[in-house]
Design a protein around this ligand. Structure first.
Ligand SMILES: [Zn+2]
Length: 260
């Protein structure tokens, strides 16, 4: 059965000039515990199935594999500028990608961490960031937006940000070290932490942490999917619920060449 990938799409990014989406589990050929559209090669899945899943995703979006620039994500805050010359490769030690080259598709993998998609329709530039708690506290999404401003000449107020499906404050309990690191990184703890316990455990709101750092850079257009991957393992893979071998979803975006 040739099931097609299912993509979550943001209203604010539905533009003729942009291809974008965040994959769900549905529409893939991986089997067993990882059944669905697993896009991670490092989680014990059959590599041929993962390749077929990538091929399905690219076909769905009318992209060629040679257009896609991905990243070997390390939960850091390094942001790289992607170019057509990087097509088909994966940039090392990178958790943020930007480009203003039409036809260059940015792709990153997720299972609970926050996909942050950025699009400036005026300057015609895009960015993509991967933010788990380490990346969120290191402001990787803010750095990605800031590099679009510095290197690509974007106006912060023109950049549309979209915060994709990822672990929500409902499910993301963290230990005392992470909770205190969050308090130290941001002043607005009432937005970031809830259910704080005497033991120091608390629930961390990564969506708020990402929104705060985008607002620090001057962004005002921020759409949040408000979909928790750990609540909805029927729809998504979840590292918190399924462990290190959880499947991986992808966020992808690409400026369409004008006239296409
Ligand atoms: Zn949840």
């Amino acid at each position: 059965m040739a099931e097609r990938p299912v993509l979550y799409r943001f209203d604010s990014l539905e533009c003729p000039g942009l291809v974008h989406g965040v994959t769900l589990r549905a529409g893939g050929c991986s089997e067993g515990r990882i059944a669905g559209l697993n896009l991670g090669h490092t989680v014990g899945d059959d590599p041929k199935a993962v390749d077929r899943n990538h091929a399905r995703l690219y076909a769905e979006l009318n992209l060629e594999p040679g257009q896609v620039v991905s990243a070997r994500q390390v939960h850091g805050a390094h942001v790289a500028r992607a170019a057509a010359a990087h097509g088909g490769s994966s940039l090392p030690d990178t958790d943020g990608l930007i480009t203003d080259e039409p036809g260059v598709a940015l792709l990153m993998r997720f299972a609970d961490c926050v996909p942050v998609l950025l699009y400036d329709p005026v300057r015609r530039a895009i960015g993509l960031a991967h933010a788990g708690w380490r990346g969120a506290l290191a402001r990787v999404a803010g750095h990605t937006a800031a590099l679009m401003v510095q290197e690509l000449g974007c106006e912060p107020a023109q950049i549309r940000a979209a915060i994709g499906p990822s672990i929500g404050p409902c499910c993301y309990e963290v230990g005392p070290e992470v909770a205190s690191a969050a308090r130290a990184a941001f002043s607005r703890r009432h937005e970031l932490l809830s259910r704080e316990q005497a033991s120091g455990h608390a629930h961390l709101n990564l969506w708020a942490a990402v929104s705060l750092q985008l607002r620090e850079v001057g962004l005002v257009q921020i759409e949040v999917a408000h979909l928790c991957t750990a609540c909805r393992t029927d729809l998504f893979y979840s590292y918190r619920r399924e462990g290190t071998a959880a499947g991986r979803m992808a966020a992808i975006l690409c400026l369409r060449p004008s006239g296409v």
